[in-house]
Design a protein around this ligand. Structure first.
Ligand code: PHE
Length: 355
C-alpha cells in the first residue's frame, strides 16, 4: 500500500468516528485543504513521466470522488442528528408575542410602468428594453445629434470612459435604433427604463425613468401620434375630458418635433387633471427624422412614423399626488409603505387606482 493509500485509509477511519460537524470540518481541511492529502499528492505529478502522471492523476481523482461522497453522507447524517438534539433541548415559550409580518409594497414607479405598459399593449404596442450603459453612437450619433449639441456636454451627461464613447443613457431613445436594427418594419413598441442626467432638485434626480414609444409603418402621420397620446392620457388619468396641447419644439431625432402639455388646475390644494388654465409638460415627441430611419436600416421613402418620450416619474407624481421626486429614490420604508401598492391587489392587467 502506498503512503497516499495509507493516509487515505487513516483519514477515512477518522471521518467514520467523527462525532460532530466541527470534527468533520477539521478532517475536511486535512483532506481537501490547500496543504491537504489530495493537493499534496497532486503536487507530486510535476516530477513524473507522462505515463505515470496519467496513472497517478486518475488514482487521485478516484480517491477524491470516493472521499467526497463519504463526506457528503457523513455531513448529512450529522446535520440530522444535530437538529434532533437541538429540537429536544428547546422548549416553546407560548407566551412570546408573534413576530410582525410585513408584506412588501410595489414602488409607485413600478406600478406606473405596469399601468402604462398595459394601456399601450391594448392598442398593439409590445415592450422592448435596452441597456442603461450605452454607447455614444446609439445615444447621440445614430439619433442624428450633431457633434456640438449641448446635451453631449460633460456637465449634462455621465460618461463612463475618458474618451467619451460610453455613457449612462440620457434618454430611452437609443432603444428606437436598437429595435429597428434588430427587426423589420412595421414597428410598434414602447420601451420603459432608467435614464441619467447630471441634474438634481425637487423635480430632477440624476437617475429618472422614461418610456419611449415608436410606431413606424407605411402611412403613419402626426394625426396618429395625437390620437395615440390622447387615448393614453385619458386612460392613464381615468378621465373622459382631456386638455392637451402640442407646442412646437426641437429634437434632433424628430421633424417636426413637439412637446405635449396637459391642462390642470389646483382645487382644495389638490391637482385636478384635464381642466383649468395651467399647463404641465409631460412628454416630448415628433415624426421620426429620416436620418434616424436611415441609420436604423429602414427606408425613409417607404416608411415613416412617430416617436415619443414620456417622463414616468412625473406622471407617477401627478397621478398619486407625490410632490418631491427625490423621495422616490430614498428607499425609506415608511414612504414606500404609504405610497406603495399592495402586490396582491394588483392583477397583471390592472389599470387604475387601488388605494
Ligand atoms: N428623448 C427625448 C428626451 O429625452 C424625448 C423624445 C423622445 C422626443 C422621442 C421625441 C421623440 O427629452
Amino acid at each position: 500500500m502506498s503512503d497516499f493509500e495509507k493516509l487515505k485509509e487513516e483519514l477515512k477511519d477518522k471521518l467514520f468516528k467523527a462525532q460532530n460537524s466541527q470534527e468533520v470540518d477539521i478532517i475536511r481541511t486535512e483532506i481537501f485543504g490547500k496543504n491537504g492529502l489530495i493537493n499534496l499528492e497532486f503536487k507530486k505529478l510535476g516530477s513524473l513521466s507522462p505515463e505515470d502522471k496519467k496513472k497517478l492523476a486518475s488514482e487521485i481523482n478516484r480517491a477524491k470522488q470516493e472521499l467526497t461522497k463519504l463526506f457528503n453522507d457523513k455531513a448529512e447524517k450529522l446535520v440530522d442528528v444535530e437538529i434532533d438534539e437541538k429540537v429536544k433541548k428547546e422548549k416553546d415559550d407560548v407566551t412570546l408575542p408573534e413576530k410582525e409580518f410585513r408584506l412588501g409594497k410595489i414602488h409607485p414607479v413600478s406600478q406606473v410602468i405596469d399601468e402604462i405598459s398595459s394601456i399601450f399593449s391594448e392598442i398593439g404596442f409590445s415592450v422592448e428594453e435596452g441597456p442603461d450603459v450605452e454607447s455614444e453612437y446609439y445615444n447621440f450619433t445614430a439619433l442624428n445629434t450633431p457633434e456640438n449639441h449641448p446635451a453631449k456636454d460633460m456637465h449634462d451627461t455621465f460618461y463612463i470612459d475618458k474618451n467619451m464613447k460610453t455613457l449612462l443613457r440620457t434618454h430611452t431613445s437609443p432603444v428606437q435604433v436598437r429595435t429597428m436594427l434588430n427587426g423589420k418594419p412595421p414597428f410598434k413598441i414602447i420601451a420603459p427604463g432608467r435614464t441619467y442626467r447630471s441634474d438634481s432638485d425637487q423635480t430632477h434626480t440624476p437617475m429618472f425613468h422614461q418610456l419611449e414609444g415608436l410606431h413606424i409603418d407605411e402611412n403613419i402621420n402626426m394625426g396618429h401620434l395625437k390620437g395615440c397620446l390622447n387615448y393614453f392620457i385619458k386612460e392613464f388619468f381615468e378621465i373622459d375630458k382631456i386638455k392637451m396641447r402640442f407646442r412646437p419644439s426641437h429634437f434632433p431625432f424628430t421633424e417636426p418635433s413637439a412637446e405635449v402639455d396637459i391642462g390642470y388646475k389646483i382645487q382644495n390644494n389638490k391637482i385636478v387633471i384635464g381642466e383649468g388654465d395651467k399647463w404641465l409638460e409631460i412628454l416630448g415627441c415628433g415624426m421620426v427624422h429620416p436620418n434616424v430611419l436611415k441609420n436604423s436600416k429602414v427606408d425613409p421613402n417607404k416608411y415613416q412614423g412617430y416617436a415619443f418620450g414620456i417622463g414616468i416619474d412625473r406622471l407617477a407624481m401627478l397621478k398619486y399626488g407625490i410632490n418631491d421626486l427625490r423621495s422616490f429614490f430614498e428607499c425609506d420604508y415608511r414612504w414606500l409603505n404609504y405610497y406603495g401598492f399592495d402586490p396582491l391587489d394588483v392583477p397583471t392587467n390592472y389599470r387604475g387606482l387601488s388605494k
